[in-house]
Design a protein around this ligand. Structure first.
Ligand code: GTB
Length: 223
């Protein structure tokens, strides 16, 4: 049935039924929740098991069998960058109003997932799946150094700035969430400016609401 005219369509996102991060806000639904909170959109959440993610119903939403997905009326999206860009393009507050500023913010969204995130995910996967194997200790320093290169460059770019490019934007949601994955690595201690950037973002009320909501899902999954 069509939504009553004039009422905004309430989006639905999918999330882990029981997140392997145990509610630390590292799974990627956290980015989408945060963006939705920043623009003040109420949304529904559908919890999906690892098995259900690989079933046809979920593959129709995300061919790669992953969370999060985003449904809004007849529109279904996957990939957090695309989902957050869609939200930001349709609601005020997450992208600058001038064309050049918007283009730069979108550039930083891509930089977060294409340039900064890959070495972080490589390290995180290596730690998760290979830390008990021989060769781990020999390879680890190289993986950490690859991350350091990006953190150093990002740190130089930001200098004393509060956010990536002018005011807070969708780019900061993407970048901060990517960087938070390093929490357990100790690397952020080497870059106090980036640690302060993350803390500044985490202090935002929208971030706090999103974090509390994803944690509540994990706590509920354990009861
Ligand atoms: N490029 C996609 C996007 O940005 O949307 C990547 C989506 C993705 O990686 N989804 C993951 C997933 O569904 C969950 S967030 N994995 C299940 C599968 O592939 O079968 C990645 C994640 C998982 C766990 C932790 N953790 O435990 O700390 C952190 C991040």
């Amino acid at each position: 049935m069509a939504e009553p005219e004039g009422l905004p369509v309430r989006p639905t996102i999918t999330v882990f039924e029981a997140s392997p991060d145990r509610g630390r806000g590292l799974a990627r639904d956290m980015r989408v929740r945060w963006a939705l909170e920043e623009v003040g959109l109420v949304y529904d959440v559908r919890r999906v098991s690892f098995e259900a993610m690989k079933e046809p119903a979920h593959l129709a939403l995300n061919p790669f069998g992953q969370i999060p997905t985003y449904e809004e009326g007849s529109l279904a999206l996957f990939e957090t960058g695309s989902i957050i860009l869609h939200i930001a393009q349709n609601h005020a507050g997450l992208l600058p109003s001038d064309a050049d500023g918007r283009a730069r913010a979108i550039t930083w969204m891509f930089a977060a997932v294409s340039t900064v995130e890959p070495p972080i995910v490589e390290w995180a996967s290596f730690f998760l799946f290979e830390r008990d194997q021989s060769g781990y200790a020999a390879r680890l320093p190289m993986l950490l150094d690859r991350i350091r290169v990006r953190l150093g460059q990002l740190s130089s770019h930001m200098g004393e700035a509060d956010w990536l490019d002018g005011g807070f934007s969708a780019a900061d949601i993407m970048m901060v969430h990517v960087l938070r994955r390093l929490g357990s690595s100790g690397l952020l201690d080497e870059y106090p400016g980036l640690a302060a950037y993350i803390a500044r973002a985490e202090a935002r009320p929208a971030y706090q609401r999103a974090f509390a909501d994803q944690l509540a899902v994990f706590v509920d999954s354990q009861s």
